[in-house]
Ligand binder design. Structure first.
Ligand code: ATM
Length: 265
């Protein structure tokens, strides 16, 4: 008999997120239909970290990558914009502090998108697709959701066009799982502006960052199986533990075969 169990509806609860994650894996492993062609299967796993600045996502991405390495997986840590030599050059142009560019050459939103997509296409072709084909786990700090949140919701460029452009530049690649780090903009900016490497977008208005945050939350609502919202105004240890709790069922279900090297203690 099919048994059903009530789960918590609080999107920040671990149980709620674990059940959604299992659904996401199940839907991924049943891609294609008996009558239609199956999409070519990649072997690896593509995990992305998203969120507003100062949310702590980069630190947590590194910690999760280390956890997965310790479990014996081949892990590639990368970021966007960036990840290859050419894309890292583009990142420098994209993020150069405003005061260097403002008087001469402020970037218009369309130019921002063009730079981001140029970097992404190189990153996907040179780094992400080959690594996934080899069966690696990729932990990527930002990807297409950032383009929709920053250039779409933040700058006001049309989302439909952006979606189609990002799909094109990424050759259709979408993350298997995304962790969205959410916290109030004021807290994020305070953390961020205290750091040493402040970039061009950090100087945008609070209203801009509010739109970006709202955008991320709206994307999470639209893709609840893939995007897991992480309540980021908590201790780093609590967040790291939550990520491990969320990622473990995924590893158990789909990744055993992909373990490339086994570490011995
Ligand atoms: P990190 O600091 O998380 O590496 O991100 C760099 C900036 O790039 C971040 N800005 N701030 N503040 C968000 C921005 N960005 C976009 O605007 N669009 C994108 O598609 C991506 C990948 C990043």
């Amino acid at each position: 008999m099919l048994q059903t169990r009530r789960i918590s509806c609080n999107p920040f609860s671990c149980e709620y997120q674990r059940v959604r994650l299992r659904c996401a894996v199940a839907s991924r492993s049943s891609q294609g239909t008996p009558s239609g062609p199956r999409r070519p299967r990649r072997k690896g796993l593509f995990i992305t970290f998203e969120g507003i600045e100062g949310s702590g996502k980069s630190t947590q991405a590194q910690a999760l990558a280390q956890y997965l390495r310790d479990k014996g997986f081949e892990v590639i840590e990368t970021r966007e914009p960036g990840g290859t030599p050419v894309a890292e050059h583009i990142r420098e142009v994209f993020l150069r502090p405003t005061r260097e560019l403002r008087s001469v050459d402020p970037l218009v939103p369309e130019c921002e998108v063009a730079l981001i997509l140029a970097a992404r296409s190189q990153h996907v072709a040179d780094q992400l697709l080959p690594a996934l084909k080899q069966g690696a786990v990729i932990v990527c700090d930002r990807f297409s959701d950032s383009t929709l949140a920053y250039q779409g919701f933040g700058r006001g460029l049309p989302l439909r066009e952006l979606r189609s452009l990002t799909r094109w530049a990424a050759k259709g690649l979408t993350p298997d799982v995304t962790f969205l780090f959410d916290l109030p903009v004021s807290q994020g900016l305070r953390r961020r502006l205290n750091s040493t490497d402040v970039n061009r977008l950090d100087h945008e208005t609070v209203a801009f960052h509010q739109r970006v945050r709202k955008g991320f939350l709206s994307l999470a609502q639209q893709a609840p199986r893939r995007i897991h919202t992480i309540h980021a105004a908590r201790s780093a240890q609590a967040i790291a533990q939550e990520l491990i709790t969320l990622i473990n069922p995924l590893l158990e279900q789909g990744l055993k075969a992909r373990r490339l090297t086994v570490k011995h203690s």
